[in-house]
Design a protein around this ligand. Structure first.
Ligand code: KIV
Ligand code: NA
Length: 266
């Protein structure tokens, strides 16, 4: 298999072939998802609440995310590595976005970056794309703007659907190579997907998007907190790991570990 590139993802849409994206924050999960054939590994700013222990994605910084992106790009043999630009690192101006994106490419080996926002972010998307940095946009529910959006809510209901199409078309015109749509009614996501040449990536956006993305800690059940209803749980890693750790504790306390085979002779 060859390295996945933005062109590969476009060709897949053109052939009506679905593709996948998962988050990854370090080497082992990145390696596993890469081996499984996941086309895009997103080092999401969701690391904020999945690695760093924050409540939301807002506090995480570029300096915190860079080493995570570096670890993932070292492990990804085939997947395209997508670095999420965190809150406050690109909204200020296209130049700020450029500076941040360049850090992720040069210091961490990202192949592309992702940013949240619609028409207002088109100048950022254009400058980055013109400079040779592929950009994935993110519309619908955008977690970095939760205080503006009134919390975790479905976006693009009713009249919102037409607005969503306008936003998506502006981002495509600015040069985005793909658009993530989060928590959007399935019919609206379908309409956006049909209105665009570039691929759409759904998360809580129905089956008609060109690709899907999930946060790995949700879909593999290592996160036991409340997960959104759009998540399908493919494994229960929490139970597996909790059981193993409890067994270790009891083995040590009961003298069953280490056994002779784990020990060295004189
Ligand atoms: O940060 C993230 O994990 C994301 C996905 C939910 C698309 O932006
Ligand atoms: Na994100």
């Amino acid at each position: 298999r060859k390295r996945i590139r933005t062109h590969t993802l476009q060709q897949m849409k053109d052939r009506s072939e679905k593709w996948t994206m998962l988050t990854a924050y370090e080497q082992f999960t990145a390696g596993i998802f890469d081996e499984a054939g996941v086309e895009v590994l997103l080092v999401g700013d969701s690391a904020s609440n999945n690695v760093f222990g924050n409540e939301t994605s807002l506090p995480v910084t570029v300096d915190e995310l860079i080493p995570l992106v570096r670890a993932v790009s070292r492990s990804a043999k085939h997947a395209l590595v997508l670095a999420d630009l965190p809150f406050g690192s690109y909204q200020g101006s296209p130049e700020q976005a450029f500076h941040t994106a360049v850090r992720f490419m040069k210091e961490a080996g990202a192949h592309a970056v992702k940013l949240e926002g619609g028409i207002a972010m088109a100048p950022q998307v254009k400058l980055l794309t013109d400079a040779g940095i592929p950009v994935c946009a993110h519309i619908g529910f955008t977690p970095q703007a939760e205080h503006n959006l009134g919390g975790y809510r479905v976006q693009g209901r009713g009249d919102g659907a037409a607005r969503l199409i306008e936003e998506a078309q502006a981002l495509e015109a600015a040069g985005a190579f793909a658009i993530v749509m989060e928590m959007v009614p399935a019919p609206a996501a379908k309409a956006v997907t049909e209105a665009l040449r570039i691929p759409t990536v759904g998360i809580g956006a129905g089956v008609d998007c060109d690709a899907q993305v999930l946060v790995w800690t949700d879909m593999l059940g290592i996160n036991t907190g409340r997960v959104p209803r759009f998540v399908k749980k493919y494994a229960d890693l929490h139970s597996v790991m909790l059981g193993a750790a409890q067994e270790y504790v009891s083995d040590v306390k009961g003298g069953a570990f280490p056994a002779a085979e784990h020990s060295f002779e004189s």
